[in-house]
Design a protein around this ligand. Structure first.
Ligand SMILES: Cc1cc2nc3c(=O)[nH]c(=O)nc-3n(C[C@H](O)[C@H](O)[C@H](O)COP(=O)(O)OP(=O)(O)OC[C@H]3O[C@@H](n4cnc5c(N)ncnc54)[C@H](O)[C@@H]3O)c2cc1C
Length: 390
């Protein structure tokens, strides 16, 4: 007889580990299958921000921003060793497209959506502070706004969430590749490969948290579960030599006015990101020369005297809803396609943010509430401390 679980999760990125933790905290038995290593996909290749997403206000995504700011506060509280509040600076020059009035309105709204808490404050820097800003070009500079958001190490956060899931009883299969599932009326029969052996197990529900592999995984499930039309979009970051002393910078790329972040990363700094449609295995994604040039031009534009030496670079693939038009303007909302049933056996997570992983996991558990039996909850993920895994 094969092992039986309440919940089997495919994918050991932030979403899969988040669902494993939420399900274990609700008292369910959980197995998570990760084909390579935890956070080996997108969850180690992000901009590593735990943020409300100031620029999503331009798309009127107020609900997403409010939820993300709320999640930021929770993570600052439960994971103080992993998530750190940082000052962000927005410089404005004559050719900056987002003018001071727009920025003040956006920052004011951001503060309100953040509950006007300490971390929501913003201000205009005085002129005598400009020269302390890590070499920012002050010629023609008109104003600099400062607000706060948070930064993490995405892979460490993912490992910490999995560790918490394990402490509440979840089992990790890693490396373990999900091969196929056959979905019946009462359970899913699952095949996976671990230690070169094919293994099987049963689950009441199957959660597809495959990130950019979400539809590849769906194709291995019979009958084919509900899917959502997606685009894969690659984003590149450069790690540049030189430390940033004053925090983070929110820049507008001179070429197309997209938002680019320059962020402290230990003794170095992280510059990103780009957005280019991608096809192929997400594991094979690599930075393109045009992305490197684009990012370095932005760096040169704002920080002409800082070194442009690229110590390292990486690319990751995000999932966005398929649509025409600019990738940059598409919503970052998470989609949770489920079969049209009051008792779904399979649920997929498409898109989403590192920041919102916990809220997404809560929504997943809510969708599955009528399929799973009642269990005695063990904990609430909004108060469970997350610690770095040594
Ligand atoms: C460039 C970039 C910058 C970003 N910046 C931010 C940011 O600053 N802040 C923010 O909040 N969000 C950010 N995001 C979004 C965020 O990183 C992603 O939403 C999140 O990491 C996705 O996590 P995931 O668990 O869905 O996918 P992944 O992390 O990709 O995890 C999916 C996992 O599934 C595994 N898998 C696939 N197939 C199988 C199989 N058959 N069997 C077993 N396992 C399998 C993979 O190996 C992988 O580990 C960014 C995204 C990108 C691309």
């Amino acid at each position: 007889m094969s092992e039986a679980y309440d919940v089997v999760v495919i994918g050991g990125g932030i979403h899969g580990t988040g669902v494993a933790q939420a399900a274990a905290c609700e008292g369910y038995s959980v197995l998570l299958l990760e084909q390579y290593s935890l956070a080996s996909g997108t969850s180690s290749r992000s901009s590593k921000l735990i943020h409300g997403g100031l620029r999503y206000l331009e798309g009127y995504d107020f609900g997403l921003v409010r939820e993300s700011l709320h999640e930021r506060d929770i993570l600052l509280n439960i994971a103080p060793d992993l998530v750190h509040l940082r000052p962000f600076h927005i410089p404005v020059y004559p050719d900056t497209s987002r003018r001071p009035l727009t920025l003040r309105t956006g920052l004011g709204l951001y503060a309100i959506l953040g509950g006007l808490k300490h971390a929501s404050r913003y201000r205009k820097l005085s002129r005598n502070e400009w020269d302390t800003l890590d070499g920012l070009d002050t010629r023609k500079l008109q104003v600099v706004y400062q607000y706060f958001d948070a930064q993490t190490n995405d892979a460490e956060l993912t490992r910490a969430v999995m560790q918490s899931a394990i402490e509440f009883g979840a089992t990790l299969g890693c490396p373990a590749e999900f091969l196929s599932a056959s979905v019946g009326q009462h359970a899913c029969e699952i095949l996976y490969r671990e230690d070169s052996h094919e293994k099987s197990c049963r689950a009441r529900v199957l959660v597809n948290a495959g990130g950019p592999w979400v539809n590849t995984i769906a194709e291995r499930i019979s009958p084919l579960p509900a899917r959502t039309a997606i685009d894969l979009v690659q984003g590149t970051h450069l790690i540049l030599d030189g430390r940033l002393e004053k925090g983070c910078y929110y820049l507008e790329a001179p070429q197309d006015r997209r938002a680019i972040f320059l962020l402290p990363w230990g003794d170095q700094c992280l510059l990103g990101t780009t957005e280019n449609l991608y096809s192929g295995d997400p594991m094979d994604v690599t930075p393109l020369q045009q992305e490197v040039d684009y990012l370095l031009e932005t760096m040169q534009h704002y920080f002409p005297d800082r070194t442009q030496h690229v110590a390292d670079m990486f690319a990751g693939v995000r999932v966005l809803p398929a649509a025409d038009g600019a990738v940059f303007k598409r919503t970052r909302e998470t989609r949770l396609p489920v079969d049209d049933s009051t008792q779904p056996r399979v649920l997929s997570i498409a898109g989403g943010k590192l920041t919102g992983y916990r809220a997404t996991a809560q929504k997943v558990m809510k969708c599955l509430r009528h399929t799973l039996p009642a269990r005695k909850p063990r904990a609430d993920t909004s108060t469970v401390a997350l610690k770095p895994v040594s």
